[in-house]
Design a protein around this ligand. Sequence first.
Ligand code: PMP
Length: 413
Amino acid sequence: MSTATTLPEPTASKRPQLAHLTAVLDDLRAKGTFFRLRVLDDQQAPVCHYDGREVINLASNNYLGLCNHPKLIEAALEATRTLGVGSGAVRTIAGTMKIHMELEEKIAAFKGVEACVVFQSGFTANAGTVSSILGKEDFILSDELNHASIIDGARLSRAKIKVFRHKDVAHAEELLKEVQNEPGRKLIITDGVFSMDGDIGPIPALCDLADKYGAIMMVDDAHASGVLGRNGRGSVSHFGCTDRVDIQVGTLSKAIGALGGYVCGSRDLIDYLYHRARPFLFSTSHPPSVAATCMAAFDLLEAEPERIDRLWANAKYFQDQLRSAGFNIGGITTPATETPITPIIIGDGRATMDFSRALFDQGLMATGIAFPTVAEGKGRIRCIMTSEHTKPQIDKALEILTATAKKTGVGLA
Ligand code: PMP
């Protein structure tokens, strides 16, 4: 009879149950797209240390440099000192703190809407909203390049999903026409700024469609919040469409510098989400420090709009220089960027990851993005400018990019 003491204890990696995962990883290794996480040793900043190496950082979403702004740090510390480190429960049970409500009121006022609810992340804001407002009789019209959190929310809703070609409003209308006589509700959903290409969604034209067909209109403004529109109010405000968009989602983790996502709209929408959005109902709310940090960030957007001007000026300079050096930054087989998100299109996944590693070795942190984050064959280096990059840092980054492209033979159009 064998006993636990006579049998060797199987180690996790030797157990056959997860062999299919190892096979996937082996496949990624064979394709050259397996990666190890790069580890930040200090703070998000234009120059910082990853894996012990000093690099110019073009990889974060810290658009306005708020991740380590002294006012935000002070707000977090003060909230921690007075309110503690945790909220202790989900919002609907006992975890709604006054500071959560204050943040939501601040965001609603900033956006010029009736109400707002904050989620743990932009991902859960999108997925929790889309999945809870529709059911299996309904239809979702979704841009093919919408964020994964929208796609997952749509799948969870069990509604019928109709994907329209990227920014192709005529195609969206064709799909709407096919279902217009069906009894189900229709939701049109687009990213405000597309995260991998940096182009802007056709919001006014999609609002026209929503009005014409009586559809719900929803915009995910993760990359537009703090970036586009007056004082960073986002793409919907930028286009003057606030009254025509039923649901605006934003994130607190990019330009706002902290963590979280939010949904803005009517009081009824927000009350409904309180009752039905599963991440809201079943996952603990933010620590007070996060809410306090975000409040301080929205104050800064109002007080220091010049940060946003600097962001756009840096992005324009960087993109102009890349174009004149002959880089493919989109607009040929992929959409052209219209925002500080700057993809350098490489194509092949292995070449993309190799290029990113070569840049890192030269002191530039610019992440390679390959399948499944983007389509097969559409690999790219995704660079993001921030308001805090200085001209010498941008010039140095351009120098490294150009030298590496010449050496490796990739990246140039
Ligand atoms: N929407 C878009 C378009 C995004 O790029 C992201 C972040 N990758 C999210 C939503 C999710 O935001 P968060 O990181 O706050 O969960």
